[in-house]
Design a protein around this ligand. Structure first.
Ligand code: PEP
Length: 256
């Protein structure tokens, strides 16, 4: 694993102030395991409280609006996330793409808005099971990247540290089904090729995370796979007991 691994927990629409105790426990481990970059993305109402509660880990949003402000009831902008203490935002998660009809162009606009606000971004891509079964997985993911990756001056200035890609096969999210390591390696190689096509040499250094039912039992194999720069973790990020073995596996992968 050539880069400092990045392990990000996505709490989705879960959590309450009571769960800040889990975050504090994760943060204490993050302070010890400095070879791993650790972050959590809680629901919007917990961002400021989480920022106050932790010192070593990153804090992020799960989405942002593409506009900085305005008449968009219920939405949250990238400057608002930054103001609440977030360092990064996840954009284009498959649940946003499916539940809210987010297109690649919208995901790109959100990513560019985030970078312009000083946030880092994690751009999510991934194929459905039907697309994989039709041998379209690489084509689909390449098209998502070509349409979703941020462009322009703010993107170039953010490279490589403030842009990450999460490859998350939709069929592996929250299902307990994990992609085979060899398929992950093949897809991460394909993602790298699109990153280099988009950003030139700087695209070599952008971290590519795997996401989809990562847990204590499979993290070591996935994180040791060629091209995997970390993990985006949903269900197993909701408790320190489940999340910390994944962080520890990332730390071990740096020593290998
Ligand atoms: C996710 O939400 O990005 C995710 C990968 O979820 P899970 O780990 O629960 O599959």
């Amino acid at each position: 694993m050539p880069h400092r691994p990045y392990i990000v927990g996505n709490w989705k629409m879960n959590g309450s102030r009571a769960m800040l105790a889990e975050a504090r426990a994760i943060d204490r481990a993050a302070a010890r395991l400095t070879d791993v970059q650790v972050a959590l993305a809680p629901p919007f109402p917990l961002i400021a409280a989480l920022r106050e509660a932790v010192t070593a880990m990153g804090v992020g949003g799960q989405d942002c609006h593409q506009q900085p402000k305005g008449a968009h009831t219920g939405d949250v902008s990238a400057p608002m996330l930054a103001d609440a203490g977030a360092d990064f935002v996840i954009v284009g998660h498959s649940e946003r793409r499916a539940d809210h009809g987010e297109t690649d162009a919208l995901v790109r606009a959100k990513a560019e808005a985030a970078l312009a606000s000083g946030l880092a971004v994690i751009v999510c891509v991934g194929e459905t099971l039907a697309q994989r079964d039709a041998a379209q997985a690489e084509v689909v993911v390449a098209a998502q990247l070509d349409g979703s990756l941020p462009q322009g001056e703010s993107a170039v200035a953010a490279l490589p540290g403030k842009i990450a890609v999460a490859y998350e096969p939709v069929w592996a999210i929250g299902t307990g089904r994990v992609a085979a390591v060899e398929d992950v390696v093949i897809m991460h190689r394909a993602v790298r090729a699109r990153l280099v096509a988009a950003y030139g040499e700087a695209g070599e250094l952008v971290r590519i995370l795997y996401g989809g039912s990562v847990n204590a039992g499979n993290a070591a194999d996935l994180l040791a796979a060629v091209g995997v720069g970390g993990a985006l973790v949903g269900g197993a990020s909701l408790s320190a007991d489940l999340f910390l073995p994944i962080v520890a596996a990332a730390a071990s992968a740096t020593e290998a």
